[in-house]
Write a protein that binds this ligand. Sequence first.
Ligand SMILES: [Zn+2]
Length: 343
Amino acid sequence: MFEVLVTLCALEGGDCRDMLVPGHEAATMEACEAGLSAAAAPALPGLEAKGAPFCAASGPGLSVEEVAPGVFVHTGAIAEPDSENGGDTSNLAFVIGTDSVAAIDSGSSRAMGEDLWRAIRARTGLPVSHVILTHMHPDHVFGASVLAEAGADVAGSHRLARAMADRAESYLTRFRQEIGPGFLGSQIPAVDAEISDSVEIDLGGRRLWLATWPEAHTPTDLTAADSLSGLLFAGDLVFDRHAPVIDGSLRGWQSVLAALSKMSFSGVVPGHGAARLGWPDGAEPLRRYLDVLAGDTRAALDIGLRLSSATAAVAASEAGNWELFELNNPRNATVAYAELEWE
Ligand SMILES: [Zn+2]
């Protein structure tokens, strides 16, 4: 397959990257070039096109595994985003119906969104009708604009647009620093479909049930469930192996997990870790961690332990169960202290 690329360069600094113009794929070089006149360089703030769009053999796209018929998952590294992993640190999925495709989360950068698009195109020519964002975190949202340029509606919590706008500057600055030139062209996506309760999306032959939740991992959490496979796409409401991050409410997360656990799914695709786990047992380590964190924090508060001493002690028994624990657990302890202090 062949695709259209265009070289875009930063107005400041001069870094350049050949970026995908999605939606102009063709079976042959000749057919691709015949369609070039319809391909326009994406308008990206701070970048300018160097030369006209051109055709090239399609890149390989993200590696994915088919965890259920028509359900593909890419697993990111259990790591913080950096220039080496290119921000490939979270799980992304796409679900193929008989009419259209929905992607669930989109990666840390435009480059990842381009590789997600390539992975979809390698498996189906159906339109991508939706890109569903499970929450506001930058490792899940920065690839979405690529799919939106190709016609997909960006769907997310009714709180998502505001939450991303409030954090845009810090997300952009941090990921630009951590990922480096590979982040070029990434931007906060516009949210086309704001979901305040739940909604169903019909992909043909299967429906995705999207549901928003009270503040838990973040204030913007949304899950998707597939009617055909019975799978739950939990976003970061479920972490596996990767130490959880609380950027919302500890008690809220505990109660959302309790509510989800009562619901029947054939399995879960977590936001970090394995491509697919059993349900509800796949969330058991996370439930245990949150319970230990809450219990230890209450005990520390009872004996008047100061936060500075508590961050090393709280949930220390969980250290061996998680990667990135030393990084994330002290932050979680700080959140837990602030939240449980006034119970
Ligand atoms: Zn997250």
